[in-house]
Design a protein around this ligand. Structure first.
Ligand SMILES: *Cc1c(COP(=O)(O)O)cnc(C)c1O
Length: 431
């Protein structure tokens, strides 16, 4: 498969080149030249396939010929080696638990696929991965790349805006992982990353690549678990509505990508916190990015969703096609807290603040009798214990995967938001 830039359709590159570049020139997003369409037989067979088998089949057309079948087989076996259970929370509302990976968030999947793919395709040169994080991306990417030869990861995060435990998951690792606290917001971090990529000098000397959800090797593998969910819901015989807690809208656009290959998803719901650029757009037709505000669902504190052009492209850049497939809801901190509390009381199911918006949007959207809803539970509630514990008035036990980070000591550097300081930091690090 080749990939073109959404900024410039004449810029076409291979899978390998798109993964290494991360972004196309002028900050364009890569997009597959052709969205594959899978045969009916594959969809019929889905319920019998294992998760790694589904992953192999789905990812093959996107990665051929750059990854051989043998390599893709190995990578999909390694990446999809944990369970993704579908849990019925209440009648006709299911939770797709994407948090059983090493850092307990859905970003583990894309990050692990990217790390293994990069180390495979860039064997002979040192690749530096630049990643801006509002929390979960940093830990997923850092852990996905930890110790992977020929790579170095620079994690930029907004100082004091990431929970301590989240920070410990990427800022205590050492080895090839370099965390930097930026005295600003997530958008400032994202801006630094973008500026570095458009700075050709630094980009070339350092072999920079991106690990944000803009990289196709993170974005495309996220479509796999939508097939997995549908496989398990097929027996309900109902039309399936998928609610996705959304920030940079990478996850939801991966879902729409899956749908465009023929996967029977009836429609989508985009759930957000108070950073409601997408829900507002869906209601008004006006796309108005704005500075992000800090919320208790902080992995969705995004004022300028960077995957939005992909979501548009998947709907032929057509507003009415988009609104026919997608509705949007946004939730305040208070509403999120109420949702966590009421779901816990009614169903004995503990939501994290992000999943809570997805759950809430399925309630608010009032599904038809022939529809059934699934929301993506994007992180384990224990990752946000500061938020969740006071709401349910109870302490939660940390899963072992998280507890192992709790005792470690933070080792991080700190920088202002200016690009010159960041550039100097990068230059100083070249050895
Ligand atoms: C990143 C993240 C999201 C938002 O996903 P996008 O792909 O940026 O829309 C939602 N929930 C959690 C827990 C996340 O880490």
């Amino acid at each position: 498969m080749n990939y073109y830039s959404l900024n410039d359709p004449t810029h076409v590159v291979s899978f390998t080149q798109a993964v290494i570049n991360g972004l196309a020139p002028g900050n364009g997003l890569y997009f597959p030249e052709q969205v594959p369409s899978f045969e009916i037989g594959f969809f019929r067979k889905l319920p019998e396939l294992s998760l790694p088998e589904i992953a192999f089949h789905v990812l093959k057309p996107y990665t051929t010929p750059d990854l051989t079948e043998v390599v893709l087989h190995e990578i999909t076996q390694q990446v999809f080696d944990f369970d993704i259970p579908l849990v019925e929370v209440q009648p006709d509302i299911y939770s797709l638990e994407l948090f059983h990976g090493p850092t307990l968030a859905f970003k583990d999947i894309g990050a692990r696929f990217l790390a293994r793919t990069l180390s495979h395709i860039a064997k002979d040169r040192k690749i530096r991965v630049l990643v801006a994080t509002s929390g979960d991306t940093g830990s997923a990417v850092a852990n996905g790349f930890l110790g992977i030869e020929g790579t170095e990861v620079i994690v930029l995060y907004p100082k004091d805006k990431v929970s301590e435990l989240q920070q410990k998951q990427f800022a205590t690792l050492g080895q090839n992982i370099r965390p930097v606290a930026i005295r600003g917001t997530f958008d400032d971090c994202q801006q630094l990353v973008k500026t570095a990529f458009s700075d050709t000098g630094i980009n070339q000397t350092m072999n920079l690549t991106s690990a944000n959800s803009i990289n196709i090797a993170r974005w495309i593998p996220q479509s796999v678990y939508y097939y997995w969910a549908i496989a398990q819901l097929a027996k309900t015989g109902k039309k399936i509505v998928v609610a996705v807690p959304s920030g940079n809208v990478g996850n939801i656009s991966s879902g729409v990508l899956a749908q465009k290959t023929g996967l029977p998803i009836h429609r989508f719901i985009a759930a957000s916190n108070q950073n409601d650029v997408l829900p507002k757009y869906l209601k008004s037709g006006n796309y108005l990015p704005k500075p992000s505000v800090q919320t208790i669902a902080n992995a969705m504190d995004v004022g300028h969703p960077n995957n939005f052009p992909r979501l548009l492209q998947l709907h032929q850049n057509n507003y009415s096609e988009m609104t026919g497939n997608l509705t949007g809801y946004s939730y305040t901190n208070e509403q999120i807290q109420k949702l966590i509390q009421s779901c816990y009381l009614a169903n004995n199911y503990l939501l994290d603040p992000h999943g809570a918006t997805g759950f809430g949007s399925l309630l608010d959207d009032q599904l038809a009798a022939n529809e059934t809803g699934v929301f993506l539970e994007t992180a384990h509630p224990a990752k946000f214990r500061e938020v969740v514990e006071p709401v349910i008035g109870q302490q939660i036990t940390l899963p072992a995967a998280l507890a192992r980070f709790d005792k470690r000591t933070l080792v991080t550097e700190e920088l202002p938001t200016g690009y010159q300081e960041f550039k100097q930091y990068l230059m100083d690090g070249i050895s």
